[in-house]
Design a binder for this molecule. Structure first.
Ligand code: HT7
Ligand code: ZN
Length: 843
């Protein structure tokens, strides 16, 4: 396969004045007619190449005269006039056989599209690249009550609809939906008085799951006006829920298409976490209207320009809507689990990669989450005021353009007068910087010395120091804060910062709020962590201190069979019983570092992780928590029962998350009756599912599992939970067998990405199960990836990331895993997506 390089970027030789598309829908033979007005650019390369894949060309004309282009598997070339001309083509496509879910495809009898990144070329011949922007008019003919496309409706009659989108856009933002759908309708009036019709289209039967998503949309629209001054710009905003979808959702202009799991929600069928995810994804896609759609990317190497910024914006939104501390801690847990893992393994790449084979493989935690962290750092460095001014300038200067990271940084340079040359290394250097901190106390002067180090890698062989904002505060030994948070700007490989006028040697609290995506290497002494767990005013670092104690205790248990650390358990007991603290925060405190995180911590210091030993240490620590907190738990459980009607807000969800974490410990102490009672009486999915999880863990869930299936067998999204939970809660030795048995279930529709992920995403996330010593986890996953690849390469390739850590385990496990990787790689006609991923992982 061909590698594409950032350095080879060349503009397209033509502008497009307008695009007219005509669709005659038919499951196996949809006809697409295109009429595109091309105008040559004065200077560029005039080679006329249009992308096109899996298209049957019926006819092509230039200025009305038939032409015969040279067609190959990637597209077509044609001789064209020197001046402006009209290109017309008619192609035939087969949406019913499009299982890859890219281009125009069918899901549950409806037509829908997914064009990002390069799916439009499966709909018609076109310069399918984000820097070619044009105004689209779309006519749809089909016997369906709902016919949708981007922009505003022009006309709607029986079986025909016309849409016009006045905003120039790249083809990846094109969308079409047709089907027998029902709308949950509402409206929003923008701050300048534009009335916008809002519709959430769903399959009949799902109407009861729309209200929350609609409210989230209105909240997002309001927030973007209030915080970024960004108004919506069409008369209508439509969202459609689709059951077969490769990712969470897609921000097509005026017509967002969502995985039904990312938009449908009701108390009976969705957990608090599901509600939070729906709110965040709706916000994310809506915010793309400005950061992504009005201002898009010049090329796919600039993906972080829209994704990093939009993730950053949606995290600000969630912080404002819910608890900022809880959101930050959740984001950092996720960043460390996914992005740090990526950065420390064979899939490491810069936030702005410089080459790729398949762009779909670069929708990664590095581009999204680290991309967002980079923006957070920029804001920390320039301050909130300058950040707001820079964003205003960005929207004013680049509206309607396809931009680069250089354009983005320039608005900050122009606003602040800062040189961001060194800061730009965050975009070009792969890997997670490691920071060492030393402190010194000398005649009332306290000095903190930081050293930064970035490991050379294939994409960054000669790393240079980065600009790292380290938010730091100091506490007196009494626990009182003596220096409030300030930003220390680390720019050198080694750099010292002094604090004068202190009377006693302070305790430092560094990297507050996780102010930069780095690894602090020489963690403080255990007494420091215990002190910060008790006193830090920064909620993130207080949580971090507890996390460190838990991790160090688990490591000691694994390495030397030590007993769980009583200092940690005592400190945690105080936090748990502190009712001034948000229950959601206390629940986060109670949670242990994930087993993969423990494996990473061991690997980090050159040790080989043993998944079974990690699993056992985890279990032992949970039992120790149950015993140590035995007196506390019943009251904690009772205090956090929600008595009012269910609402998925931060306050209630926090209480439920604490009570449900406690339920698991209570079950260890007192047996499964409480969990069974909660399961039997639950009136919402959060309570029902949490109780089922506890019962399964206690090997007491057989009947509950059966009754859950009977109750929910006709609800696809709930059944995904049923499939996933059984794998997640299985003991390591049973994971592969459980997953294998579930694939035999009549409702295991493996071509549906949500169902496939429910089983195999859960297998991949089960550290001890995936890495079981007999290799059964690796083999089962490989079997199913081989089966899925020809059907859906995108989802297959994404799931290959489960193997990215294989080299950190012992020789026997490595050999078992290598056998499976080689077996997949040997499959004839493996997709470009999967082969690129596995070749990088196999090394
Ligand atoms: N911009 C979108 C990314 C995307 C995608 C979504 C659905 C299916 C396939 C896709 N490929 C790329 C989603 C987002 O980041 O908002
Ligand atoms: Zn996005």
């Amino acid at each position: 396969p061909q590698t594409v390089y950032l350095k080879d970027y060349k503009p397209f030789g033509y502008d497009i004045d307008s695009v007219q598309l005509d669709f005659d829908l038919s499951p196996h033979a949809t006809r697409v007619k295109s009429r595109i007005a091309f105008r040559p650019k004065p200077t560029s390369d005039r080679r006329f190449f249009l992308h096109g894949e899996q298209l049957k060309l019926i006819a092509a004309r230039i200025d009305g005269a038939p032409v015969t282009p040279q067609v190959n598997a990637q597209g077509l070339m044609c001789d064209v006039p020197d001046g402006p001309f009209i290109w017309e083509a008619e192609v035939e496509i087969d949406p019913a056989n499009n299982t890859a879910l890219e281009g125009l495809y069918m899901s549950g009898g409806m037509y829908c599209t997914q064009c990002e990144a390069e799916g439009f070329r499966k709909i018609t011949y076109y310069p399918d690249r984000p820097d070619v922007m044009s105004v689209f008019t779309v006519r749809i003919n089909g016997p369906h009550p709902v016919l949708l496309s981007n922009g505003n409706p022009v006309s709607q009659a029986d079986g025909v609809a016309e849409w016009h989108d006045p905003w120039p856009k790249p083809a990846y933002l094109f969308a079409l939906v047709a089907g027998d759908l029902v709308a949950h309708a509402d409206e929003f009036t923008t701050k300048s008085g534009r009335k916008v019709d809002l519709n959430l289209y769903v399959r009949p039967g799902d109407e009861g799951k729309c209200a929350f998503g609609m409210q989230a949309l209105k909240d997002s629209m309001k927030w973007d006006e209030a915080v970024y001054g960004r108004e919506y710009d069409l008369d209508i905003f439509n969202i459609v829920a689709v059951d077969d979808f490769n990712m969470g959702a897609m921000e097509n202009k005026g017509l967002n298409v969502f995985n039904s799991s990312a938009v449908l929600a009701s108390p009976e069928t969705s957990t608090d976490m599901n509600f939070q995810r729906v709110e965040a994804i709706i916000a994310h896609e809506y915010f793309h209207n400005w950061t992504g759609n009005r201002i898009t990317c010049r090329d796919w190497f600039q993906l972080c320009l829209k994704e990093g910024l939009t993730v950053y914006r949606d995290s600000q939104f969630t912080s404002d809507m819910r608890s900022a501390a809880v959101k930050r801690i959740g984001d950092v847990i996720d960043l460390r689990a996914r992005q740090f893992a990526e950065d420390q393994g064979p899939l490491s790449h810069p936030v702005r990669p410089e080459s790729f084979q398949e762009i779909n493989n670069f929708y990664t935690a590095t581009v999204y989450e680290k991309g967002s962290e980079v923006i957070g750092m920029l804001r920390r460095l320039v301050g909130a005021q300058a950040y707001a001014e820079a964003l205003d300038l960005y929207f004013e200067r680049h509206d309607g353009q396809a931009c680069t990271i250089e354009d983005w940084l320039k608005v900050f340079e122009d606003t602040t007068g800062r040189d961001l040359g060194q800061f730009k290394r965050w975009y070009s250097q792969a890997g997670t910087p490691r920071i060492k901190v030393e402190d010194n106390w000398n005649s009332n002067t306290y000095t903190l010395t930081f050293t930064q180090h970035l490991k050379p890698s294939a994409t960054t062989p000669d790393p240079k120091p980065q600009v790292i904002p380290i938010v730091t505060g100091l506490l007196a030994p009494s626990g009182q804060e003596v220096v409030a948070s300030r930003v220390l700007e680390l720019t050198e490989a080694q750099q010292s910062f002094t604090f004068e006028g202190l009377t006693e040697r302070p305790v430092p609290s560094v990297l507050r709020g996780f102010s930069a995506p780095v690894i602090l290497e020489n963690k403080r002494a255990q007494e420091h962590a215990a002190f910060l767990l008790a006193h830090d005013t920064d909620p993130f670092n207080r949580w971090e201190a507890g996390r460190e104690l838990a991790r160090d205790s688990l490591l000691a248990m694994i390495r030397s069979g030590a007993a769980p650390d009583l200092g940690y358990l005592d400190g945690l007991a105080k936090v748990l019983s502190d009712t001034t603290l948000d229950p959601a925060y206390r629940a986060l405190m109670l949670a242990l570092p994930g087993q993969t995180d423990i494996a990473t911590a061991l690997h980090d210091v050159g040790e080989t992780p043993d998944p079974d030993a990690i699993w056992s240490a985890h279990e032992t620590m949970i039992e120790a928590q149950a015993t140590h907190f035995a007196e506390l738990l019943p009251a904690l459980f009772a205090q956090n029962q929600v008595r009012e009607a269910y609402r998925p807000n931060a306050a209630q969800s926090g209480q439920r998350s604490l009570a449900n974490a406690v339920l698991r410990l209570l079950c260890l102490n007192d047996g499964p009756d409480r969990a069974q009672a909660q399961f039997d009486t639950a009136d919402n999915m959060t309570q029902q599912l949490a109780a089922l999880a506890v019962l399964l863990r206690a090997n007491a869930g057989k009947d509950a599992l059966q009754s859950f299936e009977t109750q929910w067998k006709s609800d696809r999204l709930v059944m995904d939970k049923w499939f996933g939970l059984q794998v997640m809660q299985a003991a390591p030795a049973d994971v592969a067998e459980t997953a294998q048995a579930l694939t035999q279930h009549p409702d295991f529709n493996w071509k549906n990405p949500n169902r496939f992920r429910a089983v195999f995403g859960s297998l991949a996330a089960h550290h001890a199960g995936l890495n079981s010593a007999d290799g059964a986890g690796y083999k089962l996953l490989a079997d199913w990836l081989i089966k899925l690849d020809p059907v859906n390469p995108q989802t297959t390739a994404r799931m290959c990331a489960a193997f990215q850590t294989w080299r950190r385990y012992d020789a026997e496990r490595q050999a078992l895993c290598a056998t499976q990787l080689d077996r997949i790689l040997a499959v004839p006609d493996l997709s470009r997506d999967t082969s690129e991923m596995l070749e990088r992982i196999r090394g």
